[in-house]
Design a protein around this ligand. Structure first.
Ligand code: COA
Length: 169
């Protein structure tokens, strides 16, 4: 069974394996991370955890029987808004995992007002995920020189109130 876990120090080795194994697969649709990312992985992982502790980002990994099969992140949190990013291992693609995991993450009560996302015009799988989760297209953008779309998902304040009530009660 797959679970969504908040990124921790214990995920470092497995996350590196996931990124290495899927590097060429991801690079077919999104910009490659570059050799430096892999060379400086440990430092970068520590930096991500520090950002998470500071509250500017929420990082998540999808774990299936001890193996990381995907990640879903909320980054650049500012004024109640966060940007969504996600990637699923080639071996786990097409099973509805991205749709399920993105739904889980966007419904986590992080106190956000809205979540934004962007994807290239040719990334139909990603567009399907965003549409199914309830994102609406807001415009056209350029992503690393490629045409893309921007999206937004308003977060229902009722959820936040319910959470605050539960937390204080
Ligand atoms: C986009 C991505 C996250 C989707 O992950 P996933 O777990 O396979 O997604 P889901 O199974 O929830 O849904 C994907 C849908 O797109 C469809 N799909 C997949 N590839 C497709 C393609 N090339 N063209 C059209 N539809 C496609 C799937 O069939 C599925 O639709 P269906 O359920 O109606 O059959 C994954 O492909 C990925 O990690 N890609 C590389 C990184 C990336 O693009 N990240 C997003 C950046 S914005």
């Amino acid at each position: 069974m797959v679970s969504v876990e908040r990124l921790g120090a214990e995920h470092a080795d497995e996350l590196l394996r996931f990124e290495r194994e899927n590097r060429a697969y991801f690079a077919r649709v999104i910009p490659d991370r570059g050799d430096e990312y892999f060379a400086e992985f440990a430092e970068r992982h520590a930096a991500l955890l520090a950002m998470q502790d500071a509250g500017t980002d929420h990082f998540h990994v999808l774990v299936d029987d001890g193996r990381i099969v995907g990640r879903v992140n909320l980054v650049d949190i500012k004024d109640g808004s966060a940007e969504l990013g996600y990637r699923i291992a080639e071996s786990a693609a097409g099973r509805g995992l991205a749709t399920w995991a993105v739904r889980e993450v966007v419904s986590t009560p992080y106190g956000l007002r809205q979540i934004t996302a962007r994807t290239t015009v040719d990334n139909v799988a990603s567009q399907k995920v965003l549409a199914r989760v309830g994102f609406t297209r807001t415009g056209e953008v350029e992503l690393s020189g490629k045409p893309g779309y921007s999206y937004v998902l308003p977060i229902d304040p009722v959820d936040k109130l319910a959470h605050q009530g539960a937390a204080s009660g």
